[in-house]
Design a protein around this ligand. Structure first.
Ligand SMILES: Cc1cc2nc3c(=O)[nH]c(=O)nc-3n(C[C@H](O)[C@H](O)[C@H](O)COP(=O)(O)O)c2cc1C
Length: 271
C-alpha cells in the first residue's frame, strides 16, 4: 500500500470498507460533539440513514427509549479515557424499528490526531433467542415450584403449562430432592393446570412413582380428567399402576383413613 499514492490508498481503503459486511463509522473528537466524518454503505443498510442524513452528527441519534443508560455511560467513559470498548445496546433505525447493536469503539491515532472507529453489528436474532431461552427457564422454574408441604407427611406440587420430556426430568429430580430433605411419605402431583404432551405421559409418571417409591414415598396423581384417564388406561401395563384421583381432597380423605392426616388439610396458596 505504501508505494501507492495517497489518493489510490484512500480509494482502496474506502472500497474495502464499503465492501465490508460490518457497519462502520469514524468520528472526529477534535470537532464539537464528536461528529461522524465517515460511514460505510453497510451502516446505511443497517440503519437506513444515508450520508447526507448523518455526516456531521453525533451517533446518539440511533438511541431511543429502550437504550440502556448504563450502556451509554460505558461508551461515554471509553471515549473520555480513549480506550476500546464493546457494548450491546438497543438502537433504532431511521424507520423507527429497533435492533440490538453490538457496538465496538476503537480509538486510533493517525498523523498525531485521535479518531474513533465504531463498528455496529446487528445481533437482534441472538438476543431474542437468549431472551426466549431465559423465558423458558423461568417457565420451567414456575412450573415446578413450589412443592408445598401441606402436612408434615404430605407434599404437593401443582403443575402448570406444557409438560415436555425435559420438564418431567427436572420434576423427577426436584421431587426426589424434596422427599430426601423432608422425609415426606406422601406426594401429590396435581395435573389440573397442565397441557399433556400425549405420548410419554404415563411412562414418565411411572418413573416418578418408582423413584419416589425407592425413597420410601408414595405418589398420588390428581386432576385427572376423563380424556387423560382413558389414555392412562390404554397405556397401562399389568405390573404398573398409578394412584390417580380427580381431586386433592380425595387423596386427603384416603390418607385420613389410612394414616390419620387431618381432613381439613388443604392445598393453601403459597406465600
Ligand atoms: C465511533 C463511535 C461510534 C458510535 N456508534 C454508536 C452507535 O452505533 N449507537 C449508539 O447508540 N451510540 C453510538 N456511539 C455513542 C454516541 O455517539 C455517544 O458517544 C454516546 O451517546 C455517549 O455520549 P452522550 O452522553 O453525549 O450521548 C458511538 C460513538 C463513537 C465515538
Amino acid at each position: 500500500m505504501k508505494d501507492l499514492s495517497k489518493d489510490t490508498q484512500n480509494a482502496i481503503l474506502e472500497a474495502m470498507l464499503n465492501g465490508s459486511r460490518v457497519a462502520t463509522v469514524v468520528t472526529d473528537p477534535q470537532q464539537a460533539d464528536n461528529p461522524i466524518i465517515y460511514m460505510n454503505q453497510t451502516f446505511e443498510s443497517l440503519t437506513g440513514y444515508a450520508e447526507e442524513d448523518i455526516i456531521g452528527n453525533n451517533c446518539r441519534f440511533l438511541q431511543g427509549p429502550g437504550t440502556s443508560p448504563e450502556a451509554i455511560q460505558q461508551i461515554r467513559d471509553s471515549i473520555a479515557n480513549k480506550v476500546q470498548t464493546t457494548v450491546t445496546l438497543k438502537n433504532y433505525r431511521k424507520d423507527g424499528t429497533a435492533f440490538w447493536n453490538r457496538l465496538n469503539i476503537e480509538p486510533v491515532v493517525v498523523e498525531g490526531k485521535l479518531y474513533f472507529i465504531g463498528t455496529q453489528t446487528d445481533i437482534t436474532k441472538e438476543v431474542d433467542q437468549r431472551l426466549l431461552l431465559d423465558e423458558k427457564e423461568e417457565e420451567i422454574n414456575q412450573l415446578l415450584l413450589p412443592i408445598i408441604p401441606i402436612h408434615l407427611d404430605l407434599g404437593a406440587v401443582a403443575l402448570v403449562g406444557k409438560m415436555d420430556e425435559k420438564r418431567f426430568n427436572i420434576l423427577t429430580s426436584k421431587l426426589s430432592e424434596f422427599v430426601q430433605e423432608t422425609g415426606t411419605h406422601h406426594v401429590i402431583i396435581d395435573t389440573t393446570g397442565i397441557i399433556w404432551e400425549v405420548n410419554f405421559l404415563y411412562e414418565k409418571l411411572v418413573v416418578i412413582q418408582d423413584v419416589l417409591r425407592l425413597m420410601g414415598s408414595k405418589l398420588y396423581i390428581t386432576g385427572i380428567n376423563s380424556k387423560t384417564a382413558v389414555q392412562i388406561a390404554s397405556e397401562r401395563s399389568a405390573d404398573q399402576t398409578l394412584l390417580t384421583f380427580s381431586t386433592i381432597q380425595q387423596v386427603i380423605r384416603q390418607l385420613n383413613d389410612s394414616v390419620g392426616i387431618p381432613l381439613q388439610t388443604r392445598l393453601m396458596p403459597f406465600r
